[in-house]
Design a protein around this ligand. Structure first.
Ligand code: SAM
Length: 206
């Protein structure tokens, strides 16, 4: 199923194969991974947009049913390999697609998570990290699609970086009808990362 010469790392008790041309777990991945572990989600219907190597999908597939998507076919295959070698493939569906586009309209999720490409770029240089102008173009698309696929009390969990145009992003989120809180934050040499949780504002208007 996988050759021994593929680089593999152990993350907690997950064996994770790293795949060529696929985003490797990094600081942003680990911050979201730790936050997900602390949330201890159980029996939820979850979607991950942009699963990459698949670490976050693995963490969620243990106790939930998850749909993982990625626009990079190599990433989808990598996530699949990692689900299989960790015995978690029965809890996951994988689609190579843009965001959640092919998901049927009445398929709704309790949680939608993503670690989006968020580096500000004028052109799309690499879908793994190019976030477009202000670093928020892809994130805005993921948010818009997620808002359509969330249950009434559903929540979005995503990575936000201080390198993004945060003023514009928070305006967009506000207009979309969501409120944001940070579950965790960590400073790095060149940026500060946050894990944001978004919920519908309408739930609090009573
Ligand atoms: C920053 S990486 C995160 C990967 C992984 N979730 C992690 O945290 O390590 C962003 C991922 O989003 C994927 N991606 C970019 N644009 C996408 C789109 N429009 N639809 C689905 N996936 C996309 C990339 O291929 C990449 O795997």
């Amino acid at each position: 199923m996988y050759s021994l010469d593929q680089p593999t790392v152990l993350i907690d008790d997950f064996k994770v194969i790293l795949c060529e041309s696929v985003y490797e777990p990094s600081d942003d991945t680990y911050l979201l991974y730790d936050t997900i572990k602390n949330l201890s989600l159980r029996m939820s219907r979850v979607a991950e947009i942009g699963s990459g190597t698949g670490l976050l999908t693995l963490a969620l597939a243990r106790h939930n049913i998850i749909l993982a998507t990625d626009l990079n076919l190599k990433a989808v295959k990598c996530t699949l390999k990692n689900l299989k070698i960790n015995g978690l493939y029965t809890n996951a569906d994988l689609i190579c697609c843009d965001s959640l586009k092919p998901v049927r309209e009445n398929e709704l999720f309790d949680y939608i998570i993503f670690n989006p490409p968020y580096i500000p770029t004028d052109t799309q240089e690499d879908i793994a990290w190019s976030g477009g102008v202000g670093g928020i173009e892809v994130t805005e698309k993921f948010l818009l699609d997620s808002a359509k696929r969330l249950k009434k009390h559903g929540k979005i969990l995503c990575v936000i970086s201080s390198n993004m145009d945060l003023k514009k992003l928070f305006k967009f989120i506000e207009k979309l009808g969501f409120k944001t809180a940070f579950l965790s934050s960590k400073k790095f040499f060149f940026e500060e990362l946050h894990i944001a949780i978004l919920e519908r504002k309408s739930l609090y208007n009573h």
